[in-house]
Design a protein around this ligand. Structure first.
Ligand SMILES: Cc1cc2nc3c(=O)[nH]c(=O)nc-3n(C[C@H](O)[C@H](O)[C@H](O)COP(=O)(O)OP(=O)(O)OC[C@H]3O[C@@H](n4cnc5c(N)ncnc54)[C@H](O)[C@@H]3O)c2cc1C
Length: 363
């Protein structure tokens, strides 16, 4: 294990803000990861796990404790046949998009729409990453975890992971679990899952529900993501972000008429009629309505590029992404997020929830 002290964390994150950690340890194997987490817990010291750093905003004051950078690698095909598909176990520190590219090259179907998402494999079940009509929960068979409370390795079948919209038991556990590796179950045959996202179907020239070769689906997704500044690019400040800063709000069905009234009062009846919404389920299983955070943010007066020239501003290509234009601090990022959250709440009575994990900062 490699360790260093008083080490800046900003370069380990895609938002590129935040101060140093007292200690940084690089865990390059699963055994190292378990050993260092156990050592930190035995000493009763604070622990911060960092994988790709693409969903983390670290406070300017840094982190008083040990940050563990997850860097374990390895892809193992456990079984593969035409009837059962492919079962593949992947170490937590494998870069997610490299793994997706590998899956596409094997003709495995089920993660093609998740192409281009930054970060590592082990973080994908934490918030059940999703994009373009797919969620990683669709292909996860099980997750192997280090349980910090019980001090033992445990395996959760997908059905026991409590997956929801950007949600999982792992996320809700408040740091109890460390993902060691993830087992995926793929269909073989080289055709994508049915295309479920209208813009993607249009880009591919197919109708919703059709399947296309997985490689074509990946290319179409990457093309859409690049257009929205959602593929990491060092030279492009629109990508110095955590992706979407807010999740799409889930509201109880009964609240929708009140929200529509507020939209109508502010923007007119036509706007209320065209407010995007989808049926969804609340974490407690109650039926809900999912609203579009991007639509609400824009209609509350925060257009693309709001806050330019920075140091923190909305992406010039996507209203959901708060970006660092170069010299931003964590405070700049969180202040802009608070302005947007308060503006949306004042306009429509909807409180946005942040998607990235704030370390030492609060909204
Ligand atoms: C440009 C851009 C586009 C994005 N697009 C999407 C998108 O389309 N869909 C989407 O869902 N997300 C998206 N994201 C968000 C982010 O990429 C995902 O949430 C990703 O899975 C985070 O992975 P990471 O390895 O970077 O996690 P990190 O940021 O390192 O960590 C995130 C959280 O998980 C914890 N964690 C890290 N590793 C482990 C582990 N092994 N075990 C337990 N906990 C762990 C961390 O402590 C932290 O709380 C985007 C981000 C960016 C910058």
């Amino acid at each position: 294990m490699i360790e260093s002290f008083d080490t800046p964390l900003a370069p380990l994150t895609t938002m590129r803000v935040g101060g140093p950690a007292d200690r940084l340890v690089l865990a390059e194997t699963t055994d190292d990861l378990v050993d260092v987490v156990r050592e930190i817990d035995d000493a009763d010291e604070p622990l911060l796990l960092i994988s790709g750093g693409s969903n983390l905003v670290i406070a300017d004051a840094g982190f008083r404790g040990t940050a563990v950078k997850v860097a374990s690698r390895g892809i193992t095909v456990e079984s593969s046949d035409q009837c059962g598909g492919a079962t593949v176990r992947v170490a937590a520190g494998e870069p997610w998009d490299e793994f997706v590219a590998y899956a596409i090259a094997q003709g495995w179907s089920g993660v093609e729409a998740l192409s281009g998402i930054p970060g590592c494999v082990g973080s994908t079940p934490v918030q059940n990453v999703g994009a373009y009509g797919q969620e990683v929960a669709d292909t996860i068979a099980s997750v192997r975890l280090w349980d910090r409370r019980e001090q033992r390795v445990t395996t959760l079948a997908a059905a026991d992971c409590g997956f929801g919209y950007r949600e999982s038991l792992i996320k809700r556990s408040g740091g109890r679990y460390v993902v060691l590796d993830v087992a995926f179950q793929f269909l073989l045959g080289g055709l994508s899952a049915p295309i479920r996202y209208a813009d993607l179907a249009a880009g591919l020239g197919v109708t919703l529900g059709e399947r296309v070769p997985v490689a074509a689906a990946r290319e179409a997704v990457l093309e859409q993501r690049r257009r929205r500044g959602m593929v990491l690019d060092e030279g492009d400040h629109d990508t110095w972000s955590c992706g979407s800063f807010f999740t799409n709000p889930l509201v109880p069905q009964d609240d929708v008429p009140v929200i529509e009234d507020r939209v109508a009062t502010r923007l007119g009846v036509d706007a209320a009629g065209s407010m995007p919404s989808w049926p969804a389920t609340l974490p407690d299983g109650q039926p809900a309505i999912k609203l579009s955070a991007a639509w609400l943010i824009e209609r509350a007066g925060f257009g693309k590029g709001f806050g330019m020239p920075g140091p923190a501003a909305l992406s010039t290509r996507h209203t959901l992404a708060i970006t660092n234009r170069g010299g931003a601090t964590a405070r700049d990022v969180v202040s802009l997020a608070a302005t947007i959250r308060d503006g949306v709440r004042d306009a429509f009575g909807v409180t946005l929830v942040n998607e990235p994990v704030l370390v030492g900062e609060s909204l």
